[in-house]
Design a protein around this ligand. Structure first.
Ligand code: PPS
Length: 307
């Protein structure tokens, strides 16, 4: 690993003793529950200075952030994998509000990065730093149906100790429906960005559409980014961003993160990559309760999801 990479993201350095202050309870950020370590650094994230030409990828957690990031990276580099293999996805697309003790924060990494930058964030609309709007930055938002988000987020809590202990799956469902998880209520997040996408030039995508017809969605991203790539390059990008390819790609599958931070033997980061895995997790009773929750959440919007 180069000195630069070690400097930029010591998480890649597997011999590092990591004191992640793990399993801390969530903290409240103006009404939004968030990881305690992220809240500790909030003042820096809030004041983040976006630059002209920055692109933000925003999602509620577990909705396809890594997938769309890899697609964007490949499109911006005209499908050249030598360029996209230059670092792990969390180095190429730094995580704005990321902060854990003793590691460089997302903002520190981003401030040291040359433009144009592709920036990952899970922040809801209302607390996204103003500078993104002042600088007219492009935003790609990806939404995923909440049952699959729920299941994916549960397994992610089990393997990534920066989260609080998820408890049993049933307890986690209750917390999810109450919005008592990091980044708060799923419904507010997807609806907030949906509303804004009607007012601003934001590309709002759905995970299920990406699964259904990846090429069609890749083309939408390409157009949004003002690129025009030939059909064979698009086909190659589709192959390289398939679940199977990304699961095997060390620069996309988070395998370079030490196991005391993300324990992929508990649950891999690239876990299933499907629509409908919730069917093998939720009982009939849990599903009925969740359907009620979903109906209520969606009663004031024209936004709909496929399950
Ligand atoms: S994070 O931690 O919030 O940034 O996670 P995120 O990347 O948003 O979401 C992880 C889920 O996305 C799945 N994934 C994919 N699905 C299909 N195709 C591709 N290429 C792909 N890459 C990642 C990943 O497997 C997680 O979903 P689950 O349901 O847990 O498998």
């Amino acid at each position: 690993m180069s000195t630069l990479r070690r400097h930029l993201h010591p998480l890649s350095c597997t011999d590092r003793p990591v004191d992640m202050a793990s399993r801390r309870p969530l903290r409240d950020l103006s009404g939004l529950p968030i990881l305690a370590a992220f809240a500790d650094n909030w003042e820096n994230a809030k004041c983040f200075q976006a630059r002209e030409g920055d692109l933000m990828i925003n999602t509620y957690p577990k909705s396809g952030t890594t997938w769309i990031s890899e697609i964007v990276e490949l499109i911006l580099h005209n499908g050249d994998t030598k360029k996209t293999q230059r670092g792990a996805i969390y180095e190429r697309v730094p995580f704005l509000e990321f902060a854990v003790p003793d590691l460089p924060t997302g903002t520190e990494i981003l401030n040291a990065m040359e433009s144009p930058r592709v920036i990952k964030s899970h922040l809801p609309v209302q607390i996204t730093p103003e500078s993104f709007w002042e600088k007219n930055c492009k935003v790609i938002y990806v939404a995923r149906n909440p049952k699959d988000v729920l299941v994916s987020y549960y397994h992610f809590h089990r393997m990534a100790v920066v989260h609080p202990d998820p408890g049993t799956f049933d307890e986690f469902i209750q917390n999810f429906m109450k919005g008592n998880i990091s980044y708060g209520p799923w419904g507010d997040h997807v609806k907030g960005w949906w509303k804004l996408a009607k007012q601003r030039d934001i590309l709002y995508l759905f995970y299920e559409d990406m699964l259904e017809d990846p090429k069609r969605e890749i083309k939408k991203v390409m157009k949004y980014l003002g690129k025009n790539l030939p059909e064979d390059v698009l086909e190659d990008i589709k192959q390289r961003t398939s679940f199977k390819a990304m699961k095997e790609n060390q620069m996309a599958n988070y395998s370079t993160i030490p196991s005391n931070v993300m324990d992929q033997s508990i649950s891999p980061f690239m876990r299933k990559g499907t629509c409908g895995d919730w069917k093998s997790h939720l009982t009939v009773a849990q599903n009925e309760l969740f359907d009620e929750y979903y109906k209520k959440e969606m009663s004031d919007t024209d936004l709909t999801f496929r399950f």
